[in-house]
Design a binder for this molecule. Structure first.
Ligand code: ZN
Length: 161
């Protein structure tokens, strides 16, 4: 069975940056996604299309096909008093904030000065070149419910109460 739209794909993968640092890894066949539903970044999804079980490959994904380029306008300095008084604000911390269109975004603390905190609304992997070493473990038909929900159920997927 080939990887194509409306198939559930189980992958083992190791993700490294261009310096060889491991960013993320799943090697126990526990990662599953629904192909064609934008569950994973476009560069990886496109590279997997048409492949089959047992195929192994290295996929190099540019930021444009990954988490986007860094956008310096998403960095801003805010007064420290906007944070809870008892909060220990440290670089690298992440928290949820409201974006310009009311959507929830994840921002991280870039640096802390005396009275100001510099926050960064870029995805932590924005601007990063991603290198995936991938093995296709299993390909199966998606259920009608999975197709309707746009994600995988069961092992490696969503569990609904
Ligand atoms: Zn669901």
């Amino acid at each position: 069975m080939q990887v194509e739209s409306q198939k559930v794909v189980i992958l083992n993968y190791t993700l490294t940056d261009n310096d060889g640092n491991v960013i993320d890894q799943s090697t126990d066949s526990s990662f599953a996604y629904l192909h064609g539903a934008s569950n994973i970044i476009p560069g990886l999804e496109n590279a997997l299309h048409g492949k089959k079980v047992g195929d192994e490959m290295n996929v190099s994904v540019s930021p444009q096909e990954g988490y986007g380029e860094r956008d310096d306008s998403k960095t801003q300095r805010v007064p420290k008093e906007m944070f809870p008084e008892d909060a220990e604000i440290e670089p690298g911390m992440q928290f949820h904030a409201q974006g310009p269109n009311g959507e929830t975004i994840v921002v991280s603390v870039a640096s802390v000065e005396d009275d100001t905190v510099t926050v960064d609304g870029n995805h932590p992997l924005a601007g990063v070149h991603l290198n995936f070493a991938v093995e296709i473990v299993e390909v199966r038909e998606a259920s009608q419910e999975e197709i309707e929900h746009g994600h995988v159920h069961g092992p490696g997927g969503h569990h609904h109460d």
